[in-house]
Structures are given as C-alpha cells and as structure tokens.
Design a protein around this ligand. Sequence first.
Ligand code: MEV
Length: 417
Amino acid sequence: MTDSSIPKFHEKNREERIKIVESFAGLSKDDVKILKSNGGISFDEANHMVENVIGTLSFPLGIATNFKINGKDYLVPMVIEESSVVAAASKAAKLARKYGGFIMESDKSYSVGQVQVVDVDVKSAIPKVMKASDNILDLANSKSKTLSKMGKGAKEITCKELKTKSETMLIVEILIDVGDAMGANVTNTMCEGIAPLIEEITGGRALLRILSNYSTRRIVSGKAIFDKEEIGGEQVVDNILLAYEFAANDPYRAVTHNKGIMNGIIAVANSTGQDTRAIEAASHAYASKNGKYTSLTRWQKNKQGNLVGEIKIPMPVGIVGGIVNVHPMIKVCTKILGVKSAKELGCIIGAVGLAQNFSAIRALASEGIQKGHMKLHAKNIAISVGVPKSKMNEVVAKMIKEGNVSVTRANEILKEL
Ligand code: MEV
C-alpha cells in the first residue's frame, strides 16, 4: 500500500488501524508488538535517560492520514494529548491533495556553535581568528571522525563583535554540517574542543562554548494550495486571509496562531524523539526575526482564487543519535514515516505544521473552533467512561446539545440510557 488517503481510518478499531499501518510501512511482527505494547520503555531504560526516575508516563499516539509531501505519501505518527489535532491535520492533508499536497524543501542541516571570548581586544583578535580558521576547522573536525568521513562536519568560522554593558566581547561561531543528526552533542564537543586554540590565538578567555538553538541555517519551507470550493467558497478564503492578517499584525494573535502550528510540529517531533524545546525556542525567535513577533505562515489567494499557504520555520531535527536509536516506539514511528534523512523528516514536520494552521484558521474563520473540537472531546469523554459503540452517537449528541461535556454527565446519560 502506498496511498495514505485511507477512507474512514478514524472509524476503524485499533487492530484494523494497526494492520493498515503495518502494511503501509512494511512493519515487522516485532514492530507491531511494540505498537501494541502501549509504547513504554522499561524503568531501567528510563532510569538511564534522566535522573531520579520513579516511573514513566505515556501519551496517545495517533496516525494522521492523507499526507502527500513532495509527491510521496506518508502516514504520520503524532503524539499529543489534545483532541482534534490529529483529525485536523488529516483533514487539511486530504484537502491539500487536490493540488498535489505539500511541496516542501529543507536547508542542509547546519548547526551553529558559539564560543564566547572575553577579556580580549576584539578588533585585533578577529583577523587572527579568521587567518587561523583552517586550523580551527581541522581541530573541530578531529572531534568527529564520523562526520568527517561523510564529508560533513565543521565548515566555516565567523566572528562577531558583541558590545555589552560589561565589555565588548568576541563571539566566534562555527558552522557545522551535522548531517542526519540533531547535532547538539557534536556541536558542543567541537566548541569545547576549539576553545583552547581560540584562547591561544586571541589572548582572550573562552567562557561559554555551546551550540546556538537559533537554527537559522536549517530552515524548512514549503507550501500547499487549498481549493476554494472545497473549503467553503470565496467568502471563507477571504475570511481566512483576514484571520491571517490578524496574526501577521498582532503578536497576541500571532502567538496563538503559531501555537496551533506547534500542535502539529511538536506532535510529530514527539513521535520521532526530537528535542521539542529546541524546535520551539528556534521557531519563536524566528517569528520575531524582524523585530516584532508575527505569524510563521503566510496565506494568500492565487489567480484562481484558491488559498495558498506557506510556512518557513527552523527545523533542528535528526534521525540518528539520542533517543531515536534507543526508544522502541520512536524507532517504530520513524519506520512508519519511512524517512531516509533528517531533511525529509524536517519537510514532513513543516508540512504538518502548515496543515494544522490551515485547519485552525479555516475553522476559526467559519464555524468557530469549538463545534468540531467539542464533538471530538465529547466522544473521547464518552469512550473514557465506557460508552458502548451502539450508544456513542446518542451520548455525544446529548452532551453537546446540553453544552455539558463532562465525565459526570457522560456517566449520567449512560445510566439513563
Ligand atoms: C488550539 O490548540 C490551537 C488554536 O488556538 C490555534 C489558533 O487559534 O490558530 C485553535
């Protein structure tokens, strides 16, 4: 199976859903066993990851259907606690298919490391560092044989003068092609590795030696077109554009608009074991890059009046190293995506962010967000109190009609029935 547009996936039971994913992604029997294991890691595994461990905590893993990205179909694993997100992504991806799905591209995976040099004469230090940049790069690359062997690794040294209240300091930046890794560790190792040489060259004192999470050299960008008729007509398109203008011009709205994008991005980042804080931090800084916090997406109409959405966002992700190689469920999720590179994963995550944003602003600019959201929420509540399939619609409809969607009410209705 290569088509990710699977009709009524949400109506299937767990067994059926897993069968579809198994056949789509060519999962092994062991992978399926892991999928059915509730996704856990053992206490011992957890205890090796962080400190003071007393247990583990699991989240729902859903599958977003319909995604076509750069001509390839994907079933996208999403780990998130919020209802509606997986459904919204799938719906947007379905609509985007009409004009070919999501067309995405990704920069190379360049990480930036920073060495802060203090107690230094910055003006005279900069040319010395630049003259020695080949030596500095060689030293940096000696710290990662793996990257060097692949023709990746440290590529460029730059310097900047930083005027502060305390003193004027020198910031030496090292640009590193980290390949398919997220690259935080190798970047930090290289920064620490080159610091003594930089001290020797500049006569200054290397203080901080750390990567920058402002990942402006690993940007993912892309777009999708949504047919005006399929999304409710010209008026809806125009309202979406007004909704976009609101986000583009008002930081209070932009933060919420971008939070909706993050619903998608972080859910896929979770399922594939990414450092979600790095993605969040970089994204919000990027949203403020022109001095005012604004939307990470852009929406406009094309000549035919169809809606065109674009996203541009830093994407520091990896498919090797860290938890990706350790956590059994994350390994299976990565296999479900079938990604061959960090760039490909970045494109998928960016596309899901754009899809999520489309669904949110389409709902907000038409019927409002609560209608669909409450329906799904009511269903989840009904399931949680054990409402059988035969009574599901009745219980959900009653809770929504009464405007009382709660565990208590679901229980009461169930008893009444
Ligand atoms: C809710 O998690 C996300 C939204 O608030 C996003 C938005 O307002 O665009 C619906």
